[in-house]
Design a protein around this ligand. Structure first.
Ligand code: CP
Length: 307
C-alpha cells in the first residue's frame, strides 16, 4: 500500500511496490487520457533549493497531466527561507496548502528532515550528493521498457561515482535484482564512497569491479550509465578542471559496444557524451527523460491513493 507514504531513499519501497509503480506507468503511457483527471483538486508543492530542469519540470508536468495543480519555488530566496526560516517550519507550513511535496535540497539528509515535519507525503527530488530516488525510478522504468528485465545484466557506471547521487541510488535499487554485474568506471579521485562499496555491494555479494578505462570494458556492457563530473560538488576548482573531461563518449568508442547496449545518462550532460552519439540508436538518454515524467505520474497517483 503506497498511499500516504514518502519516498526518501530508493529502498523505502519494496520490489513489489516498485513493480506496482512501473505497471501503472506503462498503463499511463498506453492510455494517458484515462488518467488525465485522477488528480483533479490536488496540489503538488515543488520546493527546489537547488537548480533543476528535468526533475522539477517532469514533476510539474506529471501533476498537470494528472489533472492536478502545482505551486512552489525554484529560487529559495523568494521564500521566507531567505529570512532564516528553518526547513522544518517551511515544510510544516507548505503541508497546510499542498497534498504532496517534491523537494530538492543541497544538504544530505534534508529530505529525511522534511519527511519528519511534513503532514503530507514528501518525495526526495535529490539531497546533495546522497540520493535521488525518482531518478532511479526513471532509470528502472527505462531499463524495464527497453531491456525487458532487471536481471542478468552487466552495467557500466562511468564518471563521478563519488558525488553522483543518481549512481548511489541506482546501485542501491539494482542490488535487489538477480545476477547483475557492475563495472564502476571512474578516476581514482571519484570512486564510489566506502559505504556504498561495503554496505550495498560487498554485503549483498554483488559482483563488481572498479576500473579507470572505459574503452577496456565497453564490449562487455549491456547498459552504460554515463554521469557528469559535478562542478557544484567540488571544493577545489583546480581539481574539477583536472577531472571534468576524464571520460568523453564518442562514436569511435560506441563502435566497441554491443549492438544492443543502451546508453543512459540522468542529464544534464556537459562534455561526457559527444553530440554525435545522440543519433546512435543505442542512445536512450532523452527517451529516459520522458520516462521520468511517466514514472512520476505513477508515483504521485500512488502516493495520493487516487488510482
Ligand atoms: N536528472 C536530473 O536530476 O536533472 P535535473 O538536475 O535537471 O533535475
Amino acid at each position: 500500500m503506497l498511499q500516504g507514504k514518502s519516498l526518501i531513499d530508493p529502498m523505502d519501497f519494496s520490489v513489489q511496490e516498485l513493480n506496482e509503480i512501473f505497471n501503472l506507468a506503462h498503463q499511463i503511457i498506453s492510455n494517458p487520457r484515462e488518467f488525465s483527471h485522477v488528480c483533479d483538486g490536488k496540489l503538488l508543492a515543488t520546493l527546489f533549493f537547488e537548480p533543476s530542469t528535468r526533475t522539477k519540470f517532469s514533476f510539474e508536468a506529471a501533476m498537470m497531466r494528472l489533472g492536478g495543480k502545482v505551486l512552489g519555488f525554484s529560487e529559495p530566496n523568494s521564500s521566507s527561507v531567505s529570512k532564516g526560516e528553518s526547513l522544518a517550519d517551511t515544510v510544516r507550513t507548505v503541508s497546510c496548502y499542498a497534498d504532496i511535496i517534491a523537494m530538492r535540497h543541497p544538504k544530505e539528509g534534508a529530505a529525511k528532515v522534511a519527511e519528519m515535519y511534513a503532514e503530507v507525503p514528501v518525495i526526495n527530488a535529490g539531497d546533495g550528493g546522497h540520493q535521488h530516488p525518482t531518478q532511479t525510478l526513471t532509470d528502472l522504468l527505462t531499463i524495464k521498457t527497453v531491456k525487458g528485465s532487471f536481471n542478468n545484466m552487466t552495467i557500466g557506471i562511468c564518471g563521478d561515482l563519488k558525488f553522483g547521487r543518481t549512481v548511489h541510488s541506482l546501485l542501491k535499487a539494482m542490488s535487489r535484482y538477480e545476477n547483475n554485474k557492475f563495472i564502476l568506471i571512474s578516476p581514482n579521485e571519484l570512486k564510489i564512497p566506502d559505504y556504498i562499496r561495503e554496505e550495498i555491494l560487498q554485503k549483498n555479494n554483488i559482483e563488481f569491479m572498479e576500473v579507470e578505462k572505459l574503452e577496456d570494458v565497453m564490449g562487455s556492457l549491456d547498459i552504460l550509465y554515463m554521469t557528469r563530473v559535478q562542478k557544484e560538488r567540488f571544493f577545489n576548482e583546480e581539481e574539477y578542471l583536472r577531472l571534468r573531461d576524464s571520460y568523453i563518449l564518442t562514436e569511435e568508442k560506441m563502435k566497441l559496444a554491443k549492438n544492443d547496449m543502451i546508453v543512459l545518462h540522468p542529464l544534464p550532460r556537459v562534455n561526457e557524451i559527444s553530440n554525435e552519439v545522440d543519433n546512435d540508436k543505442r542512445a536512450y538518454y532523452f527517451k529516459q527523460a520522458k520516462y521520468g515524467m511517466y514514472v512520476r505520474m505513477a508515483l504521485i497517483a500512488k502516493l495520493l491513493g487516487v488510482v
